[in-house]
Design a binder for this molecule. Sequence first.
Ligand SMILES: *[C@@H]1O[C@H](CO)[C@@H](O)[C@H](O)[C@H]1NC(C)=O
Ligand SMILES: *[C@@H]1O[C@H](CO)[C@@H](O)[C@H](O)[C@H]1NC(C)=O
Ligand SMILES: *[C@@H]1O[C@H](CO)[C@@H](O)[C@H](O)[C@H]1NC(C)=O
Ligand SMILES: *[C@@H]1O[C@H](CO)[C@@H](O)[C@H](O)[C@H]1NC(C)=O
Ligand SMILES: *[C@@H]1O[C@H](CO)[C@@H](O)[C@H](O)[C@H]1NC(C)=O
Ligand SMILES: *[C@@H]1O[C@H](CO)[C@@H](O)[C@H](O)[C@H]1NC(C)=O
Ligand SMILES: *[C@@H]1O[C@H](CO)[C@@H](O)[C@H](O)[C@H]1NC(C)=O
Length: 459
Amino acid sequence: MAGCQGLVLLCALLWLIFVGDTTAAICSPTLGPAGFEECVNLYPSYSNRSQWATCLTDSYIRQKSKGRHACIDTRATYCWYQCMIETYEIGPGYPAPSPVYDDCACGSDSLRTTQRPSSMSTLPPWCFSPNGQECSWYKQCLEKRHPCEGTQSAYAVTYAEKFCNLYTDYARYLGQTGQNWTNAVRKCLQVALVTTLRPWVTISCEKIRQMAINSHSECYLAPYPGAPSICDLPATDWWKIFWTIKSGFLSSFVESLNGLFDVLKGCQRNVLDNLKDMVKFKFYIERENFKGQNRSTLEELNNLSEAVADAFAWKLGWSDSGIMWYAYYNFTTFNSTVPVEVLITAKGIYNLDSPKVSNFNFTAVIDRVVKAVHDGDLFFTNIGDKCEPIYVKQMRECVDFECKQTNQEVTSPPKKCNSPNQEVTSPPNKCKSSAFGLTNNIMHTILSFFIFLISIAVI
Ligand SMILES: *[C@@H]1O[C@H](CO)[C@@H](O)[C@H](O)[C@H]1NC(C)=O
Ligand SMILES: *[C@@H]1O[C@H](CO)[C@@H](O)[C@H](O)[C@H]1NC(C)=O
Ligand SMILES: *[C@@H]1O[C@H](CO)[C@@H](O)[C@H](O)[C@H]1NC(C)=O
Ligand SMILES: *[C@@H]1O[C@H](CO)[C@@H](O)[C@H](O)[C@H]1NC(C)=O
Ligand SMILES: *[C@@H]1O[C@H](CO)[C@@H](O)[C@H](O)[C@H]1NC(C)=O
Ligand SMILES: *[C@@H]1O[C@H](CO)[C@@H](O)[C@H](O)[C@H]1NC(C)=O
Ligand SMILES: *[C@@H]1O[C@H](CO)[C@@H](O)[C@H](O)[C@H]1NC(C)=O
């Protein structure tokens, strides 16, 4: 079948020239316009059932099919692209006709009456053949056609735009490979969602979110034949992208980015080995109230890790010293001792949003952590969703990202009872005072929303 796929475009074209009625939409090879759709019957190469075809740019078709399909007319900028090949990669069948599935069928062959959604008419042609360079595509096209922001299944317009603008705003800070990768990925991410704009598509916000999630790892690994993969990025470029995206959201969010690390694990070369200009800690936290009744979920422990690191940052003045942190839980045990992984760097090094800093001296930051653990100062009374007391028992400063080797290991003294400091050792949070109740509820909602948004970046 693969050999015939290119012909499909020709079939659609011929049909419209010879059979198309006078009301048929046009698709000029030079002018398009993109987005016009037509109901075509391609019997006998497909079953005797009409399907949709859309006028699209050759460049979109090549990107969408990862180079497998193109306009037959090599000089054409635009040509017809039919639903079965665009959606299912099912080209015309010889001699047995290929099927036409329900969601591609149109006209009297459609099982449902397809109504052109009213929002459709307001979508400009460029929405249908995004070139990846218009970061407003998410708001102007996707969100207009499917208003999902603010629903339970919001697609990360915020995340996607942030990523898209990374290239526009910061390409000059990345190497050539990093630039090419970012540019290819942002195009890949848009193209992956274009089919949802078609007028015959009825799709839930949750399904769109799923489609977006599924496209991420594929787009990161292989955005386009010939474009670099995430595995080809130099470690410094990858960390710049990671920290810049992270900084675009509330100072702390967790589980979300772990998935990115999993994508990197698939690479032959270990991008993560290089901890240049970063420090990785592993803190062993004692949960004082933990009775061992119910196992905590991974999400709870990730939430806890995040809250713990925020408390450290508050206590140790990380923000003021220009430090950014990323904290997460990486499954090892479920008991009262929780290993919390904390990665820190200086804003001016990897966050492209911040003014540049070179030769940041991490020694003072590390020394302060070591002293705090050594003195048993990292005790907090109200941490996380459960407002629980936690105490740092031990800390390892790691040589490598996975903490296979340690530079130093510090153990805390047994916790002092009735420490006079006890009352002031928790950062202001929702546990502290009812006066903050309303504000914190709102903050909590906003925070959940962002965590939800960013979670699409995971897979
Ligand atoms: C295709 O279907 C139409 C209506 O369903 C029918 O009139 C026509 O004869 C069919 N053509 C072939 C070749 O089967
Ligand atoms: C980046 O893309 C440009 C233009 O497509 C190409 O000439 C260059 O070789 C690419 N560089 C790398 C390192 O991929
Ligand atoms: C343990 O889980 C059960 C069911 O999920 C719940 O009803 C119970 O309150 C939990 N116990 C504690 C101590 O959290
Ligand atoms: C989680 O732990 C496993 C096993 O030690 C390790 O291979 C992996 O790299 C860790 N993941 C992260 C994100 O630290
Ligand atoms: C928790 O589990 C780890 C590994 O299974 C073990 O080394 C540690 O001693 C346990 N901690 C407690 C308090 O039981
Ligand atoms: C970094 O700071 C520490 C003390 O804070 C100092 O002893 C050390 O010399 C500094 N290192 C460099 C390279 O400046
Ligand atoms: C984790 O934190 C988020 C945001 O604060 C919250 O919505 C979610 O319910 C928490 N998850 C668990 C299991 O507590």
